[in-house]
Design a protein around this ligand. Structure first.
Ligand code: DUC
Ligand code: ZN
Ligand code: ZN
Length: 474
């Protein structure tokens, strides 16, 4: 069994930063010691990594990705291979991807399809949430089965996209009741899709067809309303734990905060795009360029009465937002986003970002929005706890998987397609961003996959993680 020693680094956890050496035996962390404690063991270690001047953090966990998602007549452009390699470059050692039950297909077929896509392809570990595309007796039975036997313990429903992924309130209530009975987590895309479709039709009829109208037809009030409704339905369904995905709006966040203050198991995530990108600089660019940033929920203006970005950062500090994920859903401009030329409603929704979450959120540490500890908590530890992977994942501690990132705070990362990002996209949503900090080394279960600017991992190293029930409930 290979022994690796990481020496002289500052180990970061949600509770502090300490100088410690880390001993890895095979795939797991076996001990942490005060600096120098293991030095006698060094000659017997197979590898010694010097982390002087660097942070040693748990591998990043991105709990919201869409590899190969069928959407809008095309497929998200990252495969499990390309997407997990890109994730590894960005200091991510586990993704939880959204398996899809398509219309007319059983939940089990959808899940089997996702296993087929991922197995033998991934550079890092992976798990699945299950999207329920059609709530009926069969799919409810399947939710129970997946929770109890398949290590898939969270289910995503959509209040948006009528005719595609949409569930009505009755279907949502039934799925929530089932989740409540079997202890699963209910995840929600909270936007009022019925009202949005009316606004979209009116916009197109007026001739307002450019990408900028994507945001105008998805006002934050409709995100807040759906968030409120989801919270109410979760209560009626026996207080099922509810996790609202990709929160973009200050008014929606107020709904989460109120439920949490009432002691409810209500959680939310946001994504770097909502924290760093503004409507004015993206969707509102002239011509079709704004298509690069068409995603749902949409990017918002920081100048609106709800002060969205400012409040999202505050929410992250106050644990109203518990997790940062990416909602990684990449599409190329060529042949994919272009499907919506002349009609913004046909632009495939999504932004790729799995490679950049850790550095974009570290930039929040640099600018004083978050502490180092909170960076690790929202990007590594809470994702593991929220979705039943802790303490195997999300922490550097004896017995945990040796998923470790050595982070160099003294280097910078330049983001962009011109700087050779690794996602399968012909543009970057963050083109030209220069941020402090850079991934130095990444270990996945004790195996080095990124070593100073080189990918040294292999396809098929990543394993499926059977997840337990959430470990984050109040
Ligand atoms: N939002 C996106 O932007 N893409 C995929 C699905 C979703 O909900
Ligand atoms: Zn969604
Ligand atoms: Zn998503």
């Amino acid at each position: 069994m290979a022994r690796t020693l990481i020496l002289n680094g500052q180990v970061v956890s949600p509770t502090g930063v300490e100088a410690a050496d880390v001993l890895i035996d095979g795939e797991t962390v076996s001990a942490l010691g005060t600096p120098g404690f293991f030095t006698e063991a060094a000659p017997t270690a197979d590898a010694v990594i010097d982390a002087s001047g660097k942070y040693v953090i748990p591998g990043g966990i991105d709990v919201h990705t869409h590899m190969e998602l069928p959407f809008g007549g095309t497929f998200a452009s990252d495969t499990f291979e390309s997407g997990t390699v890109a994730a590894a470059w960005g200091g991510v050692t586990t993704i939880v991807d959204m398996a899809v039950q398509r219309t007319g297909e059983s939940v089990q077929e959808g899940l089997a399809d996702w296993h087929r896509k991922a197995e033998g392809e991934c550079a890092i570990d992976y798990g699945f949430h299950q999207i329920i595309g059609g709530v009926d007796d069969e799919s409810l039975k399947a939710m129970r089965y997946l929770t109890e036997h398949e290590g898939v313990t969270s289910f995503k429903l959509f209040m948006a996209y009528p005719g595609v992924f949409y569930s009505d309130d009755g279907q949502i209530l039934r799925a929530m009741q089932t989740a409540s009975e079997c202890g699963a987590m209910m995840m929600m895309h909270a936007e009022n899709g019925i009202a949005i479709d009316v606004l979209v039709a009116q916009s197109l009829a007026r001739g307002d067809t450019d990408p900028r109208y994507h945001a105008e037809t998805r006002p934050s009030a409709l995100e807040a309303e759906a968030t409120h409704r989801a919270i109410v339905l979760a209560k009626v369904a026996g207080n099922v734990p509810l996790y609202v995905v990709h929160m973009s709006a200050g008014d929606a966040l107020e709904e989460i905060a109120a439920a949490r203050h009432a002691g409810r198991n209500v959680f939310a995530e946001t994504c770097p795009q909502y924290l760093w990108l503004t409507l004015e600089e993206t969707l509102q660019r002239p011509g079709f360029e704004g298509a690069k940033w068409v995603c749902s929920t949409p990017l918002r203006s920081p100048n609106d009465e709800h002060h969205h970005q400012e409040n999202l950062w505050k929410g992250l500090r106050m644990n109203e937002l518990a997790v940062v994920s990416t909602d990684h859903c990449p599409f190329c401009m060529k042949d994919q986003k272009e499907l919506g030329l002349g009609d913004f409603s046909k632009i495939p929704n999504g932004i790729g970002g799995v490679e950049h979450r850790m550095e974009l959120m570290y930039q929040g540490v640099v600018t004083g929005e978050l502490t180092l500890e909170r960076w690790v908590e929202t990007c590594c530890t809470t994702p593991a706890r929220m979705f039943g992977m802790y303490p195997r994942k999300g922490i550097i501690a004896p017995g945990a998987d040796a998923d470790v990132v050595i982070w160099d705070p003294n280097r910078q990362t330049t983001i962009g397609v011109n700087d050779k990002h690794h996602m399968n996209m012909d543009y970057s949503a963050y083109e030209g961003f220069v941020v402090d900090g850079k991934v130095d080394t990444v270990l996945s279960r004790g195996t080095v996959v990124i070593e100073r600017d080189s990918y040294v991992g292999r396809k098929g190293h990543g394993r499926f993680i059977e997840r337990e029930l959430s470990q984050y409930l109040v």
